[in-house]
Ligand binder design. Structure first.
Ligand code: RBZ
Ligand code: NIO
Length: 339
């Protein structure tokens, strides 16, 4: 009989052997970028986006099949009174997504993105992280594997979103677990916690990290103890995207917290990801700084659902269109600099 391997072993191996950037594709894109009919660098970060697309897709920058994946999960911590909305809203919003009535539906329709909702065992909330792990090893690994399925069907830009009442508390616990400081440094209003509720939220994050403190040095163990189903699935989707050469846009605080776990396991793990926007949730900017990234948008949004990522996809599509569609100086007969 063979020994049962640790459920995280496959993910550890994947994280250790992540593929790097495609340097020939990047070099080709840089060359073309320098020949396009515009002053050098005049498209600013759109040029950076086009180079990033080339490096991580391994092709000429192009976005033909962009998709928003929204992962939904429920959290045991919600029973501690850390959100002004009841946990039943998670399922109700999943129904709203299906009917086309949520913000993310409107943005996807406007920007022309496909939208897929992944409903993760909503009737089975995760454990209360102040007194137990959120997930078993098996459940966490299986949910990460499920998240990897999001990267299918020729998707060439993956926008990650989430839905889960209580998950800004989970995101704060992950950040406090990863980076330390005070619990209050990482806790914000989420959907609108204030006063006593905000104090309960801070206490829950402090209690959770204190309870699990001897088990947080391993990032995947931290994810299963302090995380949640949608965060585990997001982590899996980010890994799968890297393996399949699909660039990724990360949404707000919750999605970025899930991603941060991977960076703790391998410092290069998020090189194929951009931060779509900085959320109004105060911990998000601090987290983005820890990751050494610069968000694309700052619109004061704090919704989640992948809404910031979906909006930023319009920038990525525009960047790819400029890169491929613009004429070169030679093609257009436009005089170059100092000619
Ligand atoms: C109607 C409604 C729609 C949402 N869409 C995203 N969220 C966002 O709010 C939740 C996290 O905030 P907290 O930690 O304060 O519960 C997540 O579900 C997130 O996606 C929503 C929240 C509500 C109430
Ligand atoms: O930034 C986020 O991801 C966020 C903020 C508030 C509520 N839900 C998500």
């Amino acid at each position: 009989m063979t020994m049962t391997a640790n459920p995280f072993d496959d993910f550890r191996a994947l994280l250790e052997g992540l593929p790097g950037a495609d340097t020939p594709a990047l070099a080709a894109a840089r060359k073309r970028n320098s020949q396009l009919t515009k002053p050098e660098g005049a498209l600013g970060r759109l040029e950076e986006i086009a180079m990033w697309l080339a490096a991580w897709s391994g092709r000429t920058p192009a976005v033909h099949r962009p998709m928003v994946a929204v992962f939904a999960g429920n959290h045991g911590i919600a029973a501690k009174g850390v959100s002004p909305y009841p946990a039943t809203v998670t399922k109700q919003m999943v129904d709203n997504f299906a009917k086309g009535g949520a913000a993310i539906n409107q943005i996807c329709a406007t920007v022309d993105l496909s939208l897929k909702i992944f409903d993760l065992a909503l009737d089975y909330p995760t454990g209360d992280i102040t007194v137990e792990p959120a997930l078993s090893e098996r459940d966490c690994a299986a949910t990460m594997a499920y998240g990897m399925e999001a990267v299918a069907g020729g998707v060439d830009l993956l926008c990650l979103g989430e839905m889960g009442i209580g998950n800004t508390t989970i995101a704060a616990a992950i950040c406090h677990g990863l980076y330390g400081g005070e619990a209050a440094d990482w806790v914000g209003p989420g959907t609108g916690s204030e006063g006593d509720m905000l104090e309960r939220k801070i206490a829950a994050v402090a209690d959770a990290v204190a309870f699990h403190r001897d088990h947080l040095s391993d990032p995947l163990e931290l994810l299963r103890r302090l995380g949640g189903r949608e965060l585990a699935a997001i982590a899996g989707a980010i890994i799968a995207a890297r393996m399949q050469k699909v660039p990724v846009l990360l949404d707000g605080y919750v999605v970025t917290a899930a991603a941060a776990v991977l960076k703790a396991a391998n410092p290069s793990a998020l090189d194929h990801c951009m931060i779509a926007h900085v959320s109004a949730e105060p911990g998000h900017l601090k987290l983005i700084q820890k990751l050494g990234k610069t968000p694309l948008l700052a619109l004061g949004m704090r919704l989640g659902e992948g809404t910031g990522a979906a909006l930023a996809a319009s920038l990525v599509k525009s960047a790819a269109a400029c890169h491929t569609g613009m004429a070169t100086f030679a093609e257009a007969g436009v005089s170059g600099r100092d000619s």
